[in-house]
Design a protein around this ligand. Structure first.
Ligand SMILES: NC(=O)C1=CN([C@@H]2O[C@H](COP(=O)(O)OP(=O)(O)OC[C@H]3O[C@@H](n4cnc5c(N)ncnc54)[C@H](OP(=O)(O)O)[C@@H]3O)[C@@H](O)[C@H]2O)C=CC1
Ligand SMILES: CC(=O)C(=O)O
Ligand SMILES: [Mg+2]
Length: 590
């Protein structure tokens, strides 16, 4: 007996399996909980001790076999929406396997769970509705938001992505069907940002919809009433923000796909009082600045050499321009000189000097306050994009206009090639149908000289025997890292500041490898998105340290040296792997 016990102790001392994660749930309850479920990968000790024997088919599958099976199934479907439904079902059954597949096959899977497929997912949300995910708040719940948040099972939500469904990608008002967007963004948070699934919450503020098709549809899942407006709308959002802060004081709230007239005032209202950011304004600004920093670095020039024509003066367009200006100011330029390097176009043409060539010279457009600073006297007000290109000679075209049919024409891009050796062409509107041009067009019209980055993913293009790989300029490269920073270092990041966004952009650009630069890319390979998220998070936390009070700095357990900080963030990142749920050694050894 004595010898046996010593043997057992020796075994324990040398055991190579990780410490089991303790679970209170067993039997059908654990099988049906997507946070714990392993499907057929529960091993025999787990099947025995968690009362699963007989409830699962006898074959035990490895994680690898499970991944391969799901991929076979996804690949056997013809349409992207069907592929998405298979992945959604998996997400609802087994979070670990779902995120493992997203992470390991991100190039293939991201377009199916995020842009562009998420656009059609939202458009068909009512028809395909199966199972709830996330929370909905409607006008009929007013006064109850705080109580409702206690219906959510996790006591530790660290990231919320919230939409009111009013501007879903470039597809307009999709009301409560916009839920597909927070769900897709948060899937990337988990897989690419390393936030554990039980720390995230997708939310729709169902303030109604003004989309007549949805109001008339039997399949619409939201309140079939017109959108709230005025004070009623803002009081609704106030109640939500206050309720979140009371329930999860350390949570970061990401505003997503609010239409511009709401997005801008909401950000202005909350950014100094809550841990929040607007992804379309700030995340997109940050990622585009990263792209331009990379493009300038690849060309051996400076960001201050770039001249931008931006198609679109919505929340994305102006958010991006403002962030690039910040980048130019950081590089030593005056704000005034930096702003003079931009021409912004709307559906009524360029914001320029009213010289009469496009109407009455005395009739200035009734510009909103956020547009007035962007009027550029070097172009005439209302000038077409081609006219603006001829007059202003931009070296970079940004597309954030959400129009169908391709706004960037052959004439425009050819005109740029007459003076720009490597014009930067960024058709960033989503989904693919709204892209301002395709990479194929940009490369063909520029004789292969363009540097191209798109909002939605596109395949490589071969022109004159040379293959060009367009980068994806999408806020997915930065929002997971910004949220990760707030989640792991909330006391250092009480607010998301402009300087943090600038630091995040630089970190994203710095994350490029020499090989990626040599290929002419402006963004890292998507396969490395977790490294990029980690680098972005570290940069944001470093900035948090810089601005934190001496007390908060001293109180923080987070290492301040770069290597220590990186190791800390890496350690905090959730990994989509199955943990053993029971000790696999025999229980009765005496
Ligand atoms: N790649 C990425 O990471 C991201 C991409 N986006 C994409 O950006 C797009 C725009 O979003 P958002 O700013 O919120 O949308 P808005 O609808 O608020 O803004 C669109 C802007 O485009 C302008 N516009 C319309 N037609 C033209 C035209 N023919 N020429 C020039 N400008 C035109 C509009 O002008 P007017 O004011 O006169 O109506 C408006 O200023 C969406 O497709 C979205 O998917 C957004 C966030 C991130
Ligand atoms: C990518 C994104 O956030 C958008 O298109 O709205
Ligand atoms: Mg968005």
């Amino acid at each position: 007996m004595r010898r046996m016990r010593r043997g057992w102790q020796r075994l324990l001392a040398t055991r190579t399996y990780p410490t089991p994660v303790k679970t209170e749930v067993k039997g059908t309850e654990i099988m049906h909980d997507p946070l714990w479920n392993k499907g057929m990968a529960f091993d025999w000790p787990e099947r025995d001790r968690l009362n699963l024997r007989g409830l699962i088919p006898p074959r035990v599958k490895s994680e690898k076999e499970q991944v391969e099976r799901v991929l076979r199934l996804v690949r056997s479907e013809e349409t992207d929406i069907r592929k998405n439904l298979i992945l959604q079902d998996l997400h609802d059954r087994n979070e670990t396997l779902f995120h493992k597949i997203v992470l390991e096959h991100i190039g293939e899977i991201a377009p199916l769970i995020y842009t562009p497929t998420v656009g059609i997912v939202c458009q068909m949300f009512g028809v395909n509705y199966r199972r709830p995910r996330g929370m909905y708040f409607s006008r009929h719940d007013r006064g109850l938001f705080g109580t409702m948040l206690h219906n959510w099972p996790s006591d530790d939500v660290k990231v919320i992505v919230v939409t009111d469904g009013s501007r879903i990608l470039g597809l307009g008002d999709l009301g409560a069907h916009g839920m597909g967007i927070p769900v897709g963004k948060l899937a990337l948070y988990c897989a690419a940002g390393g936030i554990a699934p039980h720390h995230v919450l997708p939310v729709v503020l169902d303030v109604g919809t003004n989309n007549p098709d949805l109001l008339a549809s039997e399949d619409y899942i939201g309140t079939p009433e017109k959108r709230l407006s005025g004070d009623e709308y803002y009081e609704f959002v106030d109640e939500f923000m206050q309720a979140v802060e009371a329930r999860w004081p350390k949570c970061v709230v990401q505003f997503e796909d609010f239409e511009t007239p709401r997005a801008v005032p909401l950000l202005a209202k909350y950014r100094d009082d809550y841990r929040c950011f607007n992804d379309d304004i700030q995340g997109t600004g940050c990622v585009t600045l990263a792209g331009l920093l990379s493009a300038a670095r690849n060309a051996g020039t400076s960001i201050t050499d770039i001249k931008v024509l931006c198609a679109g003066a919505g929340s994305a367009g102006l958010g991006v321009c403002a962030q690039i200006v910040d980048g130019m100011v950081e590089a030593g330029m005056s704000r005034e000189d930096a702003m003079a390097r931009f021409v912004v176009c709307t559906s009524q043409g360029a914001l320029g000097k009213p010289d009469g060539s496009h109407g009455d010279p005395n009739a200035t457009r009734g510009l909103s306050d956020d547009r007035k600073p962007w009027v550029n006297p070097l172009v005439s007000d209302g000038a077409s994009m081609l006219e603006a290109i001829t007059a202003f000679r931009p070296t970079c075209l940004l597309g954030l206009a959400a129009q169908p049919g391709g706004l960037f024409t052959e004439e425009m891009i050819k005109a740029m090639t007459t003076y720009a050796p490597a014009p930067i062409i960024m058709p960033m509107s989503n989904p693919t149908s709204k892209a301002e041009c395709t990479p194929e067009q940009a490369y063909a019209w520029s004789e292969g000289t363009a540097v191209v980055a798109t909002g939605s993913p596109f395949a490589p293009v071969t022109i004159h025997g040379k293959t060009h790989t367009p980068s994806q300029c999408n806020n997915m490269y930065v929002f997971p890292g910004i949220g990760l920073a707030a989640a792991v270092a909330p006391s250092l990041i009480p607010r998301v500041t402009d300087k943090m966004l600038y630091r995040a952009a630089v970190a994203c650009a710095d994350a490029m490898t020499a090989e990626e630069r040599a290929e002419g890319r402006t963004f890292p390979d998507l396969k490395r998105i977790r490294d990029v998220s980690k680098a972005v998070a570290c940069a944001v936390i470093e900035e948090g340290f810089r601005t934190a009070s001496a007390h908060d700095r001293l109180q923080s357990i987070i290492p301040q040296d770069p290597a220590g900080l990186e190791a800390y963030v890496e350690f905090q990142m959730w990994k989509p792997v199955y943990h053993p749920l029971v000790d696999p050694t025999p229980r009765h050894f005496d």
